[in-house]
Structures are given as structure tokens and as C-alpha cells.
Design a protein around this ligand. Sequence first.
Ligand code: SF4
Ligand code: SF4
Length: 360
Amino acid sequence: MTENSKKHVDSCRFCWMCRHICPIGNATGLERNTSRARALGLSLVNRDVFTLSEVIDNVYECACCGACTKECVTGWDPVMFTKEARLDAAMEGVLPSYIDKLVDNCLEIGNAYGAKEVDASLKEAASAHAAKADTLLFLGVDALYKVPEAAVNAIKVLEKAGVSFTVLDAEPASGQQLEYLISAANETKEQMEACAKALNAFDKVVVFDPQDAKVFKREYKEWGVELTADVETFTAYVAGLVKSGVLKAQNCGKAVVYQDPFQLSRDLAETEEAREIINAYAVCNEMLCHGKDTMWAGNLLMKEWMPDVMLRVASDRITNAKGVGADTIVTASVSEYASLKAVEQSDVKIVSLEELILGE
Ligand code: SF4
Ligand code: SF4
């Protein structure tokens, strides 16, 4: 571990000040799911008391959502040392088998789920946009393989606005899943280089999944992966279409709350664009922990090895919405949409931004 990460680990290990903000810790109620416990384990690895393989499961119980980092008044960064520990584990060959399998899928098939087939309805919707245009709609692996209806709706929104755009027949992986699983490994960077090559054939890339947008705008830059195309989040792009009147909104007056994806609000400092869209079609109220303070609502990747915890994380967020009397949560992340929808309940409706725009 780098000296810098060791410093962060040693500063966190006897602290506990951000425990209330961790979505995983809140869902499980376990001290092991706090940044300080993870730091304590890693500090013992750094002191040769434990081996990395003895604490590695715990290293993969973190969403890397950055709520603790944001909350830390002393400026320590648990996401940084967690990602470094993952990279070390990959290099030392001590990844847990359930992570190894997902990494292999990313490398061999292009997505952690090992999915090869795209849903027929999405194939059909995408085939209408196979011709080369200046703008590319980048859908991402979660929409492509896990929530095809979200991808179809994203296509419909741009069609409704009369935008000319391309959807790639074989979309390359952005590298976001590898970045989460094994961080800055050479394999991650190689996948990103290949993706950048495909994206640079376009003037503009509209990125549907906030997780892809985050790596395009942050890690690509940080790791020297050159993107010449102008990359914009789907939310920012659609907010522009609404503002310019290209998308004509009719406000139904319904009160909703918005689930900020941390990749937009914390990583990319984008909080207003989705609210502008929502306020054009409905009325955006706020729930506990919103904007940069957002509480993550779960995702599809971690569901692969922590399905019960993902349900509890999403359920907690539904409780937050109920706490302010909301009966509808609007999402901007494919993964959070699926995660919230998976909770069996009927009090709070889960609606994506696309569904709000399309009136579905
Ligand atoms: S991130 Fe900050 S608040 Fe959280 S455990 Fe570390 S030092 Fe404490
Ligand atoms: S990054 Fe998120 S999930 Fe991980 S310890 Fe911090 S708050 Fe918890």
C-alpha cells in the first residue's frame, strides 16, 4: 500500500465519525461495514498481523459511494484506500472467487454479468439508430443487459426530441465495472483505451448511465485515456433539451422526490439538471440526504454477491422517501432504479426520469 493510503488508513482506523452516513453499514447494522473497521483491518495487513486475503471480503463490502469521504471533516478518503486494496488483491492474486469470476466476465465478455444477448425489444429500438450520426447515445452494461426497458425509454426520449443519434450495435465496455472491481489495473486501462477509440469517432457522446459518465469524465482524464468527443451526462443533455423547448414539457403538478446518484451529485458535482427536468414535468421535493449528501440506493453489480444487503439498502431509501410523505421517487441511475424496484412494497412508486418525460 502506498504511504499516502497508509496515512489515510491509520487516520480512519480509530475514528467512527462517519458511521451514520454509510448506506451499507446502516442496512446491516454491522460495525465491519464502516470505513473505520475497513481501515482497522487494512492497518493490520500493513503491520503484517493479517494477510490481505483475510480481510478481502470486507474490502468488497463497500460501494465506493464516497459518502464517508464527503462527510470527513478532516479530509481522509476511505474510497482511495479501498480501491488501492482491491488493486493490490488483484495483483497478488487474492481476489475472492466471486469477484474473480466477475472480473473474468468483464475481460472475456465485456460485462461482469457474463451476458451476451440483448433483449429483442432493445435490439429493435436500437436498430433504428444504427446509422452514423454526430451524436452517440452510450447506454452502458446495466441498461443493455439488465434493464433493457430503461435503454428503450432513453432512446424514446431522444426520439421524442427529434435528435439524430447513433446507438452502437456492439457497444464497448466503458471500464466502469473493472474500475470498481480492480481499480487502476492495466486491464482496466486497456478496456478504457478501446472504448475511447470507439467514442472518439463521434463529436458528442450522451452518457445514459451515471457510472459510465463518472469514469469518462474522471478516471479517463486521471489515467491519461484521451477522449476527444464531447461527453455529456444524459441528465444534462436532456435538461438542455427541456430548457430550449425542444422537449415540450407538460407539468402534471405531482409532488415527487429525486434520488441523486452519487456519481452525478458527488463525483461530477451535477445536482440541478435532473431537478430542472423533474420540475418541468412535476414538482421536485427533497428527502433526507439529497444532492451531494445523497444516500446510495443500491446497485446491480453488488447484487451479484450481496443481494440481501442491496434489498435492505434500497428499502432504507424508500423509508427516507416515506419519511417526507413522498409516494414517488424519481431516479436517474439505471442501477438504482432496478434496485429500488426490486423491493416488494406498494407505498412508493419508483419512476425513472425517462418514464416521467414519456408520461409512463
Ligand atoms: S473518513 Fe473521516 S470521519 Fe470517516 S472514519 Fe475516516 S477519519 Fe473518521
Ligand atoms: S464509500 Fe460508501 S459504502 Fe463505502 S464505507 Fe464509505 S459510505 Fe460506506
